[in-house]
Design a protein around this ligand. Structure first.
Ligand code: BV8
Ligand code: ZN
Length: 252
């Protein structure tokens, strides 16, 4: 039985005109995509310092490409789970009522879009896109058969890299600005499947709370912001979200 959420949250979502949801790797866990900081997560085997920053890439592009290529192959084989689908259904229900919904995600796996979500702000980029490490060239990460030769830019010949935001790199300006803006103006904010330790993404629920929104967290264990939110629902997003969205959207 999924963790219980309060009637207060259901009522708040039923009457909300502006809803913002922040998601992290936990939302994709039930699709089979490893999270970062869980036991046997991505950072268990590799250190972020070695892999998710530009200097590491320039120092050892083979290692970084090997890691991202493995992640791209994992992501190509997985499907959205009921948690992703429930968020797309909530968005459609709110949109039909002319209410606003923003899905701010830290995830780079593209599963929200594949589940049918439309209004998505990808704060950390998308692993299924590559970009040039020097010029503005971008491309879909086609079936990149990693050979000894690493992928290079057709325009300037420099190394291609995954189109994701690494530590120490600025987040995409439009997405970050919009995310902070809608977080500060929403009625309800859900923080789902994130340890909330990475900034500035973790500011989203903080800004919402500071602006007076009702903030609820859905996560199987406490996160870095659990002590600041109005409601903590300890459970898996793939189980809690479908029940929550059904309770909100069913005709009352
Ligand atoms: C930047 C690469 C300017 C992409 C990643 C304050 C302001 C600004 C910056 C900082 C700041 N303080 C510190 C910084 C620097 C740094 C930072 O935040 N460091 C932290 C770690 C201390 N931030 C940056 O560098 C950002 N850049 O701001 O530039 C700047 C730079 C330096 C200093 C000042 C300013 C760039 C951040 C992006 C980094 N890129 N990855 C990739 O390869 O994917 S971070 C990595 O962590 C991923 O992107 C991921 O999105 C992100 C967050 O992780 P989560 O998604 O939360 O995943 P995690 O595994 O941690 O947690 C999963 C959760 O799910 C768990 O709680 C688990 O319990 C739960 N779960 C498990 N199963 C389920 C579940 N939940 C629901 N259902 C389930 N079934
Ligand atoms: Zn280039």
């Amino acid at each position: 039985m999924p963790a219980a959420f309060s009637n207060r949250l259901v009522e708040r979502l039923k009457t909300a005109r502006r809803v913002v949801v922040l998601t992290g790797a936990g939302v994709s866990a039930e699709s089979g995509v490893p999270t970062f900081r869980d036991k046997d997560g991505l950072w268990d085997k590799f250190s972020p310092a070695e892999l998710a920053n530009f200097d590491a890439f320039m120092k050892n592009p083979e290692l970084v490409w090997e890691w991202y290529h493995w992640r791209q192959t994992v992501i190509k084989d997985v499907r959205p789970n009921p948690g992703h689908v429930a968020l797309a259904e909530l968005e459609a229900w709110l949109t039909r009522k002319d209410h606003s919904f923003y899905l701010v995600t830290q995830n780079v796996d593209g599963l929200h879009r594949r589940a049918g979500s439309k209004c998505i702000l990808e704060l950390h980029g998308n692993i299924l896109r590559n970009k040039c490490s020097v010029c503005n060239f971008k491309t879909d990460a086609i079936d990149l058969q990693l050979s000894e030769k690493l992928p290079t830019c057709p325009d300037c010949g420099k190394l291609l890299r995954p189109d994701v935001v690494w530590f120490g790199e600025m987040l995409p300006e439009f997405e970050l600005g919009r995310a902070m803006e809608v977080a500060s103006a929403c009625d309800v904010c859900l923080s789902v499947g994130t340890s909330a330790v990475v900034y500035p993404a973790a500011f989203v629920p903080v800004n919402a709370r500071n602006a007076g929104a009702y903030v609820a967290e859905i996560n199987p264990e406490p996160s870095a912001i659990s002590h600041t939110v109005d409601e903590v629902i300890l459970g898996k997003s793939g189980e809690v979200l479908p029940h929550l969205v059904t309770a909100v959207t069913k005709a009352s």
